[in-house]
Design a protein. Structure first.
Length: 210
C-alpha cells in the first residue's frame, strides 16, 4: 500500500510549528490557583483539562514529570514533537475501550513515578464531555485525579473545529485553576465511577468561580 502523502500544513507543523510553539507560550503570563494542594501530595496523580484549552494545559503541566497519551494520527505526530520538546514522555494510542494496551502502559508509567496528563474529551469529542480514561487510570493507578480549568484573558477561537479550540493572544494572561484531588477507590464499581464522572463535570465548570 502506497504511503499517504503528508499535507502541507502537516509538513509545516512537523518542521517548524513545534519549535515556534515554545517561543509563543513563553510570552504567556500564568496566574495559578490550587497548585498548593498538588505540591502537598505524597503521590503521583492524573491531571485532566479540556481539549480546547490544551495549549496552556500541556505547556504549564510540563513541570510535573508528565506522561501523555496522544492519538496515533498525523496531527498527533505534531503534538508528540511539541510535548517531547517540553519534556513529556509520550505514549501513542487511545484511552477508550479500543486502546486498552495504551492505557495499561499509562498505568505502568504512573506506578513508576510519572504523572499522567490528558484531555478527557479528546481527540474528537464530544465537546466538554468526560470519557472514562482519566478516571480509569486514576483508579487503577491508585492515585488522585486533579481537574484543571483554563481561562484566557485574550484569545482567538477556531469555531469550525469540533472543540472550538482557543488560542491565547501573545502576552495574554492565562488563569489556571486546579481542583482539590479527587480520589477513586480501587474497588469502585462502574456505577460509582460514572457517578464520579458526573460530579467532576460540575466541579470542572465551576473551577473558574474560585
Amino acid at each position: 500500500m502506497a504511503k499517504k502523502k503528508a499535507t502541507l500544513i502537516q509538513i509545516i507543523g512537523e518542521k517548524i510549528l513545534y519549535k515556534f510553539t515554545s517561543l509563543y507560550c513563553k510570552t504567556l503570563k500564568f496566574v495559578v490557583s490550587g497548585e498548593e494542594e498538588i505540591n502537598k501530595l505524597n503521590t503521583n496523580f492524573v491531571i485532566a483539562f479540556w481539549h480546547d484549552e490544551m495549549l496552556a494545559g500541556w505547556y504549564y503541566n510540563k513541570k510535573f514529570n508528565p506522561v501523555a497519551l496522544i492519538s496515533p494520527s498525523k496531527d498527533g505526530d505534531i503534538m508528540t514533537k511539541i510535548l517531547i520538546d517540553w519534556g513529556y514522555e509520550v505514549v501513542r494510542g487511545s484511552s477508550n475501550e479500543s486502546g486498552k494496551e495504551a492505557l495499561n502502559l499509562i498505568v505502568d508509567k504512573i506506578q513508576t513515578g510519572k504523572n499522567f496528563c490528558l484531555t478527557p474529551d479528546g481527540p474528537k469529542g464530544p465537546y466538554h464531555r468526560f470519557k472514562a480514561g482519566a478516571f480509569v487510570a486514576a483508579k487503577r493507578g491508585e492515585v488522585p485525579l486533579i481537574l484543571m480549568k483554563v481561562r484566557y484573558e485574550k484569545y482567538y477561537t477556531f469555531n469550525k473545529s469540533w472543540d472550538k479550540f482557543k488560542l491565547p493572544k501573545v502576552f495574554s494572561k492565562v488563569y489556571v485553576h486546579y481542583s482539590s484531588p479527587i480520589c477513586i477507590d480501587k474497588e469502585a464499581t462502574r456505577e460509582e465511577v460514572n457517578s464520579t464522572i458526573e460530579k467532576s463535570y460540575s466541579i470542572m465548570e465551576n473551577l473558574t468561580e474560585k
